[in-house]
Design a protein around this ligand. Sequence first.
Ligand code: ATP
Length: 250
Amino acid sequence: MSQQNSPKALEIKNLRKAFNEKTAVDNLNLSLPRGEFYAFLGANGAGKTTSMRMIGGLLAPDSGSINVYGIDVGEKPQEAKSLMAWLPDEPLLYDKLSPIEYLEFVAGLWQVDNNIAANRAEDLLKRFDLWDVREQRCEGFSRGMKQKTAIAGALLHDPKLLLMDEPFSGLDAAIARDLKDLLQEKCKEGATIILTTHIMEIAQKLANKIGIIHKGVLLSEGTLDEIRHEQKMHDASLEDIFLKLVDERA
Ligand code: ATP
């Protein structure tokens, strides 16, 4: 199948979710081709995590559809999940496990062949400087080390759509650099990435497309130049545009 005819990495139509009658995500539409690096930019409470949890099949939408590589997340959640990596903003690890045990556990969940899993685990742990501590329990690890272990776990089954909720929060500069490099590499290999952030610089530097979300509504999306053009703010910074859009909405 040619790239043109093959299904999008992610196709969201008219997605809605409310909690106690308060709208969290309001008629979201999104279409991402393969290899896209997309940043969901929004303030606290904008609806980023709720959107990501619905895409990841962890939260049922009130209405709308989500297709991942042509697979309907609502109809075939397991099949869709096998194509995705989900990294929550507060990574959950089994503290009593070592990184290597955790990765073996994850490999078992996804039924990854033992040899392939062992090679991927070694690669990931080495690139994240966790190889020397691979047999130590995670409970004594710093937040950054735990985050890196969680990222390695999320990538072990070689997912094609990476959902990363605030992946840089709490990471020091060196670890953040490792993660940026890894995500850019994955993108070049054809994976599609969506990350959420409230930090303009992360959205601007990493993503090739940015979606500005506020109070559950996608206010604008595109490359920074496309957003500038759409808003007729040709020389403005992303921050200026973001604040103007949010102000108008208020
Ligand atoms: P943050 O950057 O603070 O994580 P966010 O953009 O990820 O924010 P969401 O967590 O998606 O925002 O929240 C969107 C709205 O939905 C908020 O008003 C939030 O209070 C509400 N919300 C989210 N989850 C729940 C829930 N489980 N029960 C009730 N309300 C919720």
